[in-house]
Design a protein around this ligand. Structure first.
Ligand code: DHB
Ligand code: FE
Length: 285
C-alpha cells in the first residue's frame, strides 16, 4: 500500500536559484530564508519519499497567454528544466512516474476535472528551485514526479474552492492506486507578492499568516475569498497560493499537523514561506 508521508510547501522565487549558484546561503540577506530548510532536510531524510506529486504553475515555458490550460498534468517519462528568462543555471532533469500520472488523470476525468494531459512538459523555476532547496547537492533526484500546472497567470483563474477540490480528487485517486510508494505532496509559489503594476512590491503579512495558520487545520477557510479578493489580498502573483491549496487538498480531508514553518520578508519581491505538514493519521493510498 502506498503511503502519503506529508506535504512540503515553499516559495519559488528565481533569485533563490542565483543565491544557491553563488553559495550565498550564509549571507545575511539569505540566511533567514535558507535556515528554514535544515528541518526540511531532516524531515525528508526521515520520511524518505520516492514519489512527489507537485502542484506548481508554469511561467510561460509550456503555455503562454495564447494557450492556457486551467489544470495541466504531466504524463511524461522525463521532465527537462529550461530557463524561461531568468538566466539561471540549467537544473537536473526529473524522472516521471507515468503509470501514476495516468492513474490520476483517469480518476480526475472520471470525477469531471477535464485536465490537459501533457506527455511532454518542461519544468521551470517553480519546480526546480523547490527541489534544489529540498535536496541540495544530490547527483540525481531521489523521487519520481507527477507535476500539476495550475493556471495562476491568465485570468480567469480557477477558484480556491476548485483547486482544493482538485487536490482532494487526487487524494481520492491515490486510495485506489495499487503501488507501494512513499508519496510526498509538494506545493510551490507564493506567498504574497506582486511583480508589476502600481502595487509592485506589495506584501500582506496578515493574509499570509491567515493562509499559513489555516492550511493545516481548516483549508476550507482559504476558499472564502474570490480570485479577485485573493489578488487584492496577496498581489497579482500571490495567487500562487492556489498551488498550496491544491497540494493541501491532496493530503486529504483529515486534519494535518504543522511540523515546521518559516516565514521571511522579503526575498526579492516576495514574502517567502516554507511549511511542512503531516497527516494526523497514517494516510494509506
Ligand atoms: C518572483 C517571484 C515569483 O514567484 C516568480 O515566479 C518570479 C519572481 C520574485 O519575487 O522575484
Ligand atoms: Fe512564481
Amino acid at each position: 500500500m502506498a503511503e502519503i508521508v506529508g506535504a512540503y510547501f515553499t516559495s519559488h522565487v528565481p533569485a533563490i536559484g542565483g543565491a544557491i549558484h553563488k553559495g550565498l546561503q550564509q549571507d545575511p540577506y539569505w540566511k533567514p530564508f535558507f535556515d528554514g530548510f535544515d528541518k526540511v532536510h531532516e524531515w525528508l531524510a526521515q520520511v524518505k519519499p520516492d514519489v512527489a506529486i507537485v502542484f506548481n504553475n508554469d511561467h510561460g515555458l509550456n503555455f503562454f497567454l495564447d494557450k492556457m490550460p486551467t489544470f495541466a498534468v504531466g504524463a511524461a517519462h522525463e521532465y527537462h528544466n529550461a530557463d524561461e528568462g531568468w538566466g539561471l543555471p540549467l537544473y537536473k532533469s526529473f524522472q516521471g512516474h507515468t503509470e501514476l500520472s495516468w492513474h490520476l488523470i483517469e480518476h480526475l476525468v472520471e470525477s469531471e476535472f477535464d485536465v490537459t494531459t501533457c506527455q511532454k512538459m518542461l519544468v521551470d523555476h517553480a519546480l526546480s528551485i523547490p527541489f534544489e532547496l529540498a535536496w541540495p547537492d544530490v547527483d540525481a533526484w531521489p523521487v519520481k514526479i507527477v507535476p500539476f500546472a495550475i493556471n495562476t497567470v491568465q485570468h480567469p483563474l480557477p477558484s480556491a474552492k476548485r483547486c482544493l477540490a482538485l487536490g482532494r480528487a487526487v487524494h481520492e485517486a491515490l486510495k485506489t492506486w495499487q503501488g507501494d510508494e512513499r508519496i510526498v505532496i509538494i506545493g510551490t509559489g507564493g506567498l504574497s507578492h506582486q511583480l508589476d503594476g502600481e502595487r509592485a512590491g506589495f506584501i500582506n503579512a496578515e493574509y499570509d499568516k491567515f493562509c499559513l495558520d489555516n492550511l493545516s487545520k481548516d483549508p476550507d477557510a482559504l476558499t472564502q475569498h474570490s480570485i479577485h479578493e485573493m489578488v487584492r489580498l496577496s498581489g497579482t502573483q500571490g495567487v500562487e497560493i492556489l498551488n498550496w491549496i491544491a497540494a493541501r487538498g491532496a493530503l486529504g480531508e483529515a486534519a494535518a499537523s504543522e511540523i515546521h514553518r518559516n516565514y521571511h520578508i522579503p526575498i526579492s519581491n516576495t514574502a517567502a514561506a516554507t511549511l511542512l505538514l503531516e497527516p494526523d493519521a497514517l494516510v494509506g493510498a
